[in-house]
Design a protein around this ligand. Sequence first.
Ligand code: PLP
Length: 454
Amino acid sequence: MFLVCLLNWYFSKFHLSYFIEFSAMTAMALKDKAADLDKKFKDITRRDRFLIPKLNGKDTTYLCGNSLGLQPKQTRKYVEAELSKWSEQAVEGHFKEPNPWLYNHRQFTKYAAELVGALPEEVVIMNTLTVNLHLAMVSFYRPTKNKYKIIMEAGAFPSDQYAIESQVDFHATKGGEHIFEPKHAIIEAAPRKGEELLRTEDIISLIHTHKDELALVLLGGVNYYSGQYYDIAEITKAAHQVGAMAGFDLAHAAGNLPLHLHQRQVDFAVWCNYKYVNGGPGAPSGFFVHQNHFSDRELPRFAGWWGHDETSRFKMEKGFKPMYGAEGWQLSNAPILAMAGLKAPLEIFHEVGIDTLRQKSIELTVYLEGLIQAINLEKGKEIIKCITPKNPEERGCQLSLVVPGYGKNLFEAISSDGVICDWREPSVIRIAPVPLYNTFNDVYDFYEILKRHL
Ligand SMILES: Cc1ncc(COP(=O)(O)O)c(C=O)c1O
């Protein structure tokens, strides 16, 4: 009965319908509940379109889309089609149908833009994430003697920290002249003492505190460690109010939740396509520049021939003329085999729609959260602490679990029992039920396995 009450409270906080339903349920009925919810979302779930890794001949409980998404069954066919094209057409493949390689990147633009809420001309698929982060900063971090600071998250993903630090060092002196002091340039937004999450009001307040020197606010969309989803609209608005740019690393947000980048006036964003987008290990990255910047001729950028005006690219002339929109930031011709990995998942996202997926995602993660709390209740204390925001509006699908003193051992135990998730130092087990291919039953299986090892 306690369990039922707790679940009722939990679900009712954000889902009134669950409150009514769960009030009549026993703990044993939770598995049936999973089956009911899987039925409810059966038209959204595309599990049958993905390859699920197996352990001892049985599907694993794969909850690791936050690290590497699964392979769509169709991907092999699309990669093989490019291999065949290469073997049959060789260099002529650049110009010949089907899908001339010259325009290869463009086949992804519409669906990738749809996924992140952008205009097609604001998006291009190219390079890898950290490379794109640097390219975006070349254009949007233009520090001066007075305006040179960057606000970022304390404990951001290391690659972001290194990219930002190296950009700051790069700009701090010019021709031997000292422009600004690098050690004062990076402002880290951190949770309050004793808290795990960043408060939007604290980020905004930091923006206002540093308003006169602030050049850029650069945050993750969803924090890789805590799973917190930042208020992109409010942060962008505040950055613009003080004349700073707003950019986001959407590695953990793209394909996870709707982002509305165009509408929210985000200046730039970059993301990887190997996590929630399921484009394959090291898949080419996404790059977004807001239309507001297209006509800015002063915007510096690092150029390459693939960003040059397509109509004169092969004239091999001096003088870089950028293509219109995000495509003008391209450097190189596209890595065709790697790009092929993006075709199937983007088609699936287009078919289902990120807004629809989000509805299932919210319920899937709330269900997971409810089961974690059920374990705590059974044990009579909070042995598993979830540091991810409780409000579904402030998170994607990932929950970050902390089990003091036993976290790493628990992670290893459940891994050997068929759960695929990940461990992030110093103390988090990340669990990400992905609405495209995970089911409520997967989450229930995870709960059973977890209980066995506690
Ligand atoms: C938030 C974030 N930023 C940057 C990176 C680095 O990505 P890449 O190796 O594709 O450059 C990752 C990788 O997981 C990440 O999670």
